[in-house]
Design a protein around this ligand. Structure first.
Ligand SMILES: Cc1cc2nc3c(=O)[nH]c(=O)nc-3n(C[C@H](O)[C@H](O)[C@H](O)COP(=O)(O)O)c2cc1C
Length: 213
């Protein structure tokens, strides 16, 4: 059941932790549309709205992604390299990461948030060779809206980027055109654990007034 949190914005924004342990229970499509429509309220340069979404719920697609994700993370991350090398006493976050890797195929939805490739202004014309990077600056506000909307509806989600290791194959498998990059993969489902506050340094410690230093 979706939880109607009724949290105020400032409580909500401080409660959007990465939720990596998700139940396989189905999530109604109407909630997904609500979430995606919150995503598309984000700003973008000249209102170009350069995001596109690929929503995967079919077992074959999720399994394909989960297998590739696991291989990528085990190859690249010292924390996870091979099941036999996993830490015997992982902390809470690492435990959740292991869970996510092993159960990625079970989540109700995998959402690929794609961004139109678009050279940043600062790259001069003559240096623009091939396809530019996706418009990260425009896509991340959309992603954050999606995470906030998931939280507001009592759904768990986590921002993941490890798919970049096998992005070529990802494009081919899911038929994603080459002029879009896959910026973020968001597994979405009802959380197994509890939501809770994020741990961040306060802005007062990170802000200079008038001049740095
Ligand atoms: C650019 C970016 C890339 C990230 N990549 C991953 C990722 O590949 N896998 C993952 O589990 N979390 C990823 N995260 C989530 C962070 O690990 C997480 O936000 C951070 O550890 C703080 O934890 P919290 O959000 O639960 O407080 C990413 C976050 C950002 C902003």
């Amino acid at each position: 059941m979706a939880e109607n949190t009724n949290l105020s914005f400032f409580d909500l924004v401080g409660n959007v932790r990465a939720m990596r342990r998700l139940k396989p229970d189905p999530v109604p499509m109407e909630l997904i549309w609500k979430i995606l429509n919150a995503g598309v309220q984000a700003p973008s340069g000249q209102n170009t709205q350069p995001w596109r979404f690929v929503l995967v719920s079919e077992p074959a697609g999720k399994k394909w992604f989960a297998d590739h994700y696991k291989r990528a993370i085990e190859k690249r991350s010292a924390l996870t390299r091979g099941a036999s090398r996993r830490r015997e006493d992982p902390g809470r976050q690492l435990k959740a990461l292991y869970y996510q890797i092993d159960h990625m195929h079970e989540v109700p939805y995998l959402l690929f948030v794609c961004g139109k490739c678009d050279w940043p202004f600062k790259v001069p014309e003559h240096e623009r060779v091939g396809e530019g990077p996706p418009n990260y600056g425009a896509v991340y506000p959309c992603v954050q809206n999606i995470l906030l909307a998931c939280r507001a509806l009592g759904l768990g989600a986590a921002l993941t980027t490890m798919h970049q290791v096998f992005e070529e194959e990802l494009h081919t498998y899911f038929n994603i055109p080459r002029d879009y990059g896959v910026v973020v993969t968001v597994p979405i489902g009802y959380p197994m654990g509890n939501f809770g506050p994020v741990t961040r340094r306060p802005a007062e410690d990170l802000t200079f007034i008038e001049r740095w230093g």
